[in-house]
Design a protein around this ligand. Structure first.
Ligand SMILES: Nc1ncnc2c1ncn2[C@@H]1O[C@H](COP(=O)(O)OP(=O)(O)O)[C@@H](O)[C@H]1O
Ligand SMILES: [Mg+2]
Length: 470
């Protein structure tokens, strides 16, 4: 921090908020959840701050506005501060240190975060923040929380073995889509989501914003990505065994997962309805896909040989019979967003594509987008053990058979509930898969060049399969 805290500040902490904001241009880019790592920060301003716990320790809820050139985003922070007895929070949480006072990101301080659950149980309001439990939810209080370690774009705190509170890091105006869809699904009795139990919202810059969502925590659950990649590892360990005889065969699970996704789609339709997309809407989809292709091809030379084929695949969407049904979908579905509990599969995290704008995320979509996301994820799971190893045709073939088997099982499970097989909508599903793969090419090119072969080989395969059908 740039200066000592003004004792006159007590209770409002205006000076502290300003001092913290001054530290943040350096600190924010070190945080995993910070979404703006692509550009330098040009300014950080405190926008609103609320004293959740006053005294020593202090818990301050801070919302800052972060400028990065012409882009401005809002982020929330939980700030802890103590004069003595600094808790065992990680070094990266420390934001500033002055004589006798430490400020840190407080999501790792269980003494402080316990209060958030208690406030939701009470239905409390503090300043511009409102803490609520969902209708009918009876929340236990006094539980200590720890942050989950698999943190991605947000920060989630697990209370005891019962609850998980997701704090949305990047704040967008209005009701958050994750909370909106979880509530809608609970209303229609959906069995494939974790019940929403509470929420925190705020009035920030004159707008209502969702800050957090509390859900039932599934302590017995296993991540879909972990299960799928374990199955692939088993397969690689004994390449002589037929796939269906493997102890770790995943096809039964993939089929049940397909059925769960189809059920969630049907429940979203029941809860929130459908709209028809006409030819003009399809044309916009085609334009978006072609624009992405041009952008990525300009950056990634390895994509050049596939550009004519990709262009043709996207243009083929124009011949999809209209109207096409559009509805709320998950929007960012992959094996890391599903959990296998003892009872069955759950879908998590309905916020939509992290990189998309709010307007994009709230658009109604074809359910095939989610199917395409999951099909891509099977390819990733199959190939992840091959990344960084010299090409081994036998192992590559095994990985491809695993992906084929599980992609088919997923679609069959989906068809069993939906009544139609996603593979029958050929051109649209294929274009959505390829569009996703083009996005992956740009992501891998920028972040993990070793992985570029995964989406590129999928694109090559999808092209060859199409030629075989022609
Ligand atoms: N209800 C839950 N029960 C058990 N684990 C959960 C639950 N919700 C989320 N998780 C775990 O937390 C991780 C992150 O949750 P997610 O909602 O996907 O947040 P993010 O927006 O940060 O990606 C998940 O991958 C999962 O491992
Ligand atoms: Mg997630």
């Amino acid at each position: 921090m740039s200066g000592p805290v003004d004792p006159e500040d007590s209770g409002t902490y205006d000076g502290l908020a300003t001092q913290l904001a001054a530290e943040l241009p350096v600190w924010l880019p070190t945080q995993r959840w910070f979404a703006g790592k692509d550009r330098p920060i040009t300014a950080v301003r405190p926008l609103s701050w609320t004293t959740v716990l006053d005294g020593d320790p202090l818990l301050l809820h801070l919302v800052v506005e972060v400028d990065q050139g012409d882009r401005t985003e809002r982020y929330q922070l939980l700030i802890g501060s103590r004069r003595s007895q600094v808790p065992d929070v990680s070094a990266s949480a420390s934001i500033g240190l002055e004589a006798g006072l430490t400020c840190y990101e407080a999501s790792g301080d269980a003494d402080l975060t316990t209060v958030l659950l208690d406030l939701m149980a009470e239905g409390a309001s503090i300043g511009d923040l409102s803490f609520e439990s969902e209708p009918g939810a009876e929340l236990a209080t006094g539980l200590r929380a720890h942050p989950i370690t698999s943190e991605q774009s947000n920060t989630s705190l697990v209370y005891g073995t019962q609850y998980i509170l997701k704090l949305f890091r990047k704040l967008t105006p209005g009701l958050n889509k994750d909370l909106h869809l979880h509530r809608a699904l609970r209303e229609v009795g959906c069995e494939h989501v974790a019940d929403p139990l509470g929420s925190i919202s705020g009035t920030i810059g004159g707008e209502t914003v969702t800050i957090g969502m509390l859900q039932r925590f599934m302590h017995d659950a296993v991540d879909g990505w972990v299960m799928a990649t374990t199955s692939v590892r088993d397969l690689m360990a004994d390449p002589t065994l037929p796939l269906e005889e493997l102890g770790g065969d995943f096809a039964g699970e993939a089929s049940r997962l397909g059925a769960a996704v189809a059920t969630v789609h049907a429940d979203l339709r029941t809860a929130l309805g459908v709209e028809d997309a006409d030819a003009a809407e399809l044309e916009r989809t085609v334009t978006t896909m072609l624009e992405r292709l041009d952008r990525v091809a300009a950056d990634v030379p390895e994509l050049a040989q596939h550009v004519p084929g990709l262009r043709a695949a996207f243009e083929a969407v124009r011949h999809t019979p209209v109207p096409v049904e559009m509805q709320y979908v998950h929007g960012d579905l992959h094996l890391g967003q599903v959990l296998r509990t003892l009872q069955g599969w759950l879908l998590l995290d309905f916020e939509g594509e992290p990189a998309a704008s709010l307007a994009e995320r709230s658009k109604l979509r074809s359910v095939l987008r989610d199917v395409a996301g999951m099909l891509r994820s099977f390819d990733y799971a199959a190939q992840q053990h091959l990344v960084g190893h010299p090409a081994d045709p036998a192992l590559t073939e095994r990985a491809m058979s695993w992906a084929r088997r599980n992609r088919d099982a997923f679609c069959e499970g989906y068809a069993g509930v939906a009544g139609t097989d996603p593979r029958d909508s050929g051109d649209l599903l294929r274009a959505l898969e390829l569009d996703k793969a083009v996005y992956e090419v740009s992501y891998e090119h920028a972040n993990r060049p070793d992985w570029l072969t995964v989406p590129l080989s999928s694109i090559a395969r999808l092209m060859t399969e199409a030629n075989q059908h022609d």
